[in-house]
Design a protein around this ligand. Structure first.
Ligand SMILES: Cc1cc2nc3c(=O)[nH]c(=O)nc-3n(C[C@H](O)[C@H](O)[C@H](O)COP(=O)(O)OP(=O)(O)OC[C@H]3O[C@@H](n4cnc5c(N)ncnc54)[C@H](O)[C@@H]3O)c2cc1C
Ligand SMILES: *[C@@H]1O[C@H](CO)[C@@H](O)[C@H](O)[C@H]1NC(C)=O
Ligand SMILES: *[C@@H]1O[C@H](CO)[C@@H](O)[C@H](O)[C@H]1NC(C)=O
Ligand SMILES: *[C@@H]1O[C@H](CO)[C@@H](O)[C@H](O)[C@H]1NC(C)=O
Length: 535
């Protein structure tokens, strides 16, 4: 999350530049005229040329890399967009969709660029002609503290949203993810969970309205898009249904003072026992407390946010989880907005303005996978993960407990189906800094290997995962005729969405039957023969 451009990142921009030049003359199979026609169409639709970055221009590489978070997708050979349209107003996004449609150029929407597999700015199909519709500039946050509501542009980051909410009121908050540079556009589209989820659910559970550009380039809101589409965009994953330009959010109440703590227990100080016990305790704690765990190297770190004072939290921990040994001296009493800094930077004394730091360069490679755990994983299985973490210093596990509000919402209320019955989300996350094919292979096989080991203990039939922790290992779309295959899509789709996948496909068939908005894991249109009566 650093912002100072390093020598390495400058080099990276250089690599991109040379790459861009060789790409622009070498996209085999594409009629050059079509690309030009797309660009001309944008100009005719009054999109200022300075907002359209093409591979020949000096601004192309820096714009492309501006919000990329994963160095895996900056390497030479990654397929590049034929243009980046940096929308500054709704009309630009509408023009990108209309012109793209007319001239056979697909549009990949990008808000915060945090997609785990880079799908907001690359295509795994080398023949695909696509442009990135970058929404970073559409990032106004307008908070109405009296009504406890806010409109936020898709290009805003979670940090910008939190900062604006915190500035407007000491007792309002918004429940979403932990990392401040994540974009609101992709995050809410896929659900979005963080430290307030046990009290207030997902970010997507707190959406009141949205403005979206549909496949015909029309601007729709909740009233005009209809409840089927409004349901689908609140958790069905980004890209499939249209381009969300802004969300209207319900803000939630928090006390002026909240409490946080972080307790680290090494392996040789009963970390294994604590994790084993934690699995049963944390999902059934009162909903105004969350206790998550990050397991790394040879220790487990317990991190907590409580919507109340230290004394009560210490009493609660003593009663429910005495083994953790938490006492009042572990607490910090701070405001909710400070807690967002605390969870992102592990210090509550850092300035709130850090939340506004969008970052400018990717600084690491990573690969992640996720699981849902429905029965406590036995102690011996936890014991056997330590050698994995020892061998591999740059890998970690993140355990985010559900329960509370997460378990109260019906699995069909939004496309996000992982509600009651799920104890916690388990994320396997590997990151590294050295470039090279061998390092890449080693880290990929580490994540996949550990994920393989855990199979007996996690959700089954299907083995589920979280769409915002996108994982191409789960499956990839195939095109049949001229649309994405529903049957093939089910393979990955039911892992993210379970029974909601079919309804998502039915909505897709209704709003984008030609499958204009597509990527390697977008929702396919439900074939007409399958029918669907109650969208
Ligand atoms: C460091 C890090 C920390 C994270 N922490 C959390 C966390 O605490 N909790 C959590 O739930 N998740 C977390 N995530 C996952 C995050 O929620 C997803 O990666 C999310 O999709 C990112 O949104 P984005 O706008 O930044 O990404 P993008 O890469 O811009 O977009 C992601 C997907 O959505 C599509 N999309 C983007 N914008 C729009 C739009 N406006 N309309 C329609 N489709 C769009 C893109 O085409 C792409 O398919 C984290 C990710 C990272 C990298
Ligand atoms: C939604 O759009 C319609 C048509 O443009 C408009 O009349 C209506 O006021 C909008 N609704 C909201 C809540 O903004
Ligand atoms: C745990 O291991 C560390 C490092 O090896 C050591 O310094 C410490 O004394 C050990 N603690 C216990 C309780 O065994
Ligand atoms: C898709 O294919 C069908 C039949 O093969 C054809 O009728 C239809 O026009 C095609 N649609 C597009 C958008 O190309």
């Amino acid at each position: 999350m650093s912002t100072t451009p390093t020598a390495a990142s400058r080099l990276l921009v250089l690599i991109l530049c040379t790459l861009a030049i060789s790409c622009s003359s070498g996209i085999a199979g594409f009629a050059a005229g079509d690309d030009d026609a797309f660009i001309r169409c944008l100009a005719a639709a009054a999109v200022p040329p300075r907002l359209v970055h093409t591979p020949g221009s000096a601004s192309y590489a820096p714009t492309l890399v501006s919000s990329i978070r994963n160095l895996r997708f900056v390497t030479p050979g990654t397929p590049r967009p034929l243009a980046i349209v940096a929308a500054a107003e709704a009309g630009h996004a509408q023009a990108a969709v209309r012109c793209g449609r007319r001239h056979g150029v697909r549009v990949r929407a990008r808000s915060g660029g945090h997609d785990y597999e880079g799908l907001s700015y690359l295509s795994l199909d080398r023949r695909e002609r696509f442009a990135v519709l970058d929404l970073a500039a559409l990032r106004d946050v307008r908070v109405d503290a009296d009504r406890a509501e806010a409109w936020v542009g898709s290009g805003a980051t979670l940090g910008e949203l939190y900062y604006a909410v915190g500035a407007a009121s000491r007792t309002l908050a918004f429940p979403a993810g932990v990392c401040p540079t994540v974009g609101v556009g992709g995050h809410i589209s896929g659900g979005g969970f963080g430290t307030l989820m046990r009290r207030y659910g997902l970010a997507a559970d707190n959406v009141l309205d949205a403005v979206l550009v549909d496949a015909d380039g029309r601007l729709l809101n909740r009233t005009t898009m209809g409840e089927g589409l409004f349901w689908a965009i609140r958790g069905g994953g980004g890209e499939s249904f249209g381009v969300v330009l802004s969300w209207k959010l319900r803000l939630v109440r928090v006390p002026e003072t909240v409490t946080v703590f972080t307790i680290r227990r090494p392996r040789n100080q009963s970390a294994t026992d604590l994790i084993t016990k934690w699995q049963e305790i944390s999902p059934s704690l009162p909903r105004d407390v969350i206790l998550r765990v990050v397991v790394q190297s040879q220790h487990a770190q317990f991190e907590s946010l409580f919507l109340g004072r230290c004394r009560r939290l210490a009493r609660l921990m003593r009663a429910r989880f005495p083994e953790l040994g938490m006492t009042q001296s572990d607490c910090e009493e701070i405001t909710w907005i400070q807690s967002t800094v605390y969870f992102a930077f592990y210090s509550s004394s850092k300035p709130l303005e850090l939340l506004l730091d969008r970052g400018t360069e990717p600084d690491r490679y990573f690969k992640a996978k996720s699981d849902y755990v429905q029965e406590p994983i036995p102690r011996h299985a936890w014991e056997s993960t330590w050698p994995w973490l020892e061998e591999h210093d740059a890998g970690l596990l993140i355990l985010d407990p559900y329960g509370g509000e997460m378990a109260r919402v019906s699995p069909a209320a939004t496309p996000f189906p992982h509600r009651k019955g799920n104890l916690y989300n388990l994320q396997y996350y590997s990151f590294w800094f050295e470039h090279g094919a061998e390092t890449l292979e080693r880290h990929l096989s580490w994540v996949r290997g550990l994920y393989g080991e855990m199979e007996p203990y996690v959700s089954k039939n299907p083995r589920t995962g979280y769409v915002n922790y996108r994982d191409m290992d789960l499956g990839r779309n195939e095109i049949e005729g001229n649309v994405t295959s529903y049957t093939k899509g089910k393979v990955w789709g039911e892992k993210y969405f379970r029974g909601n996948f079919e309804r998502l496909a039915a909505v897709k068939a209704m709003v984008d039957p030609d499958d204009f908005f597509r990527n390697e894991q977008s929702i396919p249109p439900l074939p007409a023969a399958k029918g669907w009566s109650s969208i």
